[in-house]
Write a protein that binds this ligand. Sequence first.
Ligand code: APR
Length: 230
Amino acid sequence: MTNIVILTGAGVSAESGLGTFRNTDGLWTEYDIEDVATPEGFARDPVLVHDFYNARRDNCLRARPNPAHYALARLEKKHSGPVHIITQNVDDLHERAGTRAVWHMHGELMRARCAACGHGWDAPRRMRAGAPCPACGNGATRPDVVWFGEMPFHMHEIPDLLRAADLFVSIGTSGNVYPAAAFVQDAARTGARTLELNLEPSAGARDFDETRQGPASALVPQWVEEVLGR
Ligand code: APR
């Protein structure tokens, strides 16, 4: 019974119309990471940061899952063994395609969090700086996403998931951001076969047993049918 662990990045949502980060018209070419994706940037200008995430939340609400998201939901449902999807994405397209268990290691656009008491709740469509926490009333409310310099979520469970993997598949990520970029080596070290499905070879492509290039909406359904057909 093959235990499959999948890591997804912005490329899996690209064909749903959500921007990626590092290509020519990526998000990091329009915004400065320092201003909108660091605790310091948020402290400096919370209105700018909320505007950035409100715009991304609007894009996400208008987007639809694509065949790659649906194929992964089908894999989780039909595969005889465990399937764990770890995503670097903050969108909810995996869930809207029907995937039940998603490990959002960089947090979720549709969630809000109180930095004072830790309370979490479903984010309103538009968050505003200083809005009071529904639990403690403090104004230290923020998008429930992980910024540069902060610890990704679920890093106590993810190493165990990787250790138990028989097959590790990376989909739509450039392999530039750690710790996610090292997951392939962690999984391979404990015996997993490794596969990369990406538009082009990632920075870590040489660490994979096999790499396939192409759009996720074509590669992922094809790969899922191979796995389910076995
Ligand atoms: N199908 C498959 N892959 C694609 C597609 C597509 N249609 N379109 C783009 N890609 C690939 C690109 O070739 C690139 O390798 O997806 C990857 C996207 O890379 P990035 O833009 O760097 O996004 P990602 O790897 O998810 O970034 C990781 O960095 O900024 C932080 O927190 C942010 O979670 C993000 C993290």
